[in-house]
Design a protein. Structure first.
Length: 117
């Protein structure tokens, strides 16, 4: 019974978005608000990790710090430029490759910083 009620609520909301005037604009506003909340949560997480790992970061060489911060900045720029990459043929593949490269740089620097030798 609860499942049927939940499905009815979702169907009513979908009908309101589809049939009421301005429903598409309201849906776009809600989606934008959710996206901004998600990006703010990611920024907060990065801030917390940065504060908790101050000692590890201070032990990195300048070139490793530049690589780490450059990779994080690269991911931020790639997130912003996703729509531009999506518009041309093969852009998604290039975007995924660049994000994977940035993540690989972050992983390799993290592994080197936390491995005892």
């Amino acid at each position: 019974m609860q499942t049927i009620r939940n499905i009815a609520i979702i169907a009513a909301l979908a009908a309101a978005v589809d049939f009421l005037p301005g429903g598409g604009n309201a849906a776009a506003a809600v989606l934008t608000a959710l996206t901004m909340t998600f990006l703010a949560a990611i920024a907060w997480l990065l801030y917390r990790v940065y504060n908790e790992q101050q000692l590890t970061l201070s032990g990195l060489s300048d070139s490793r710090k530049a690589g780490l911060f450059g990779a994080v900045g690269g991911i931020a720029l790639l997130t912003v430029a996703y729509d531009d990459f999506q518009q041309w043929t093969g852009g998604i593949l290039v975007w995924v490759a660049l994000v994977a490269g940035c993540l690989a740089v972050i992983f390799l620097i993290w592994r080197e910083a936390t491995t005892y030798s």
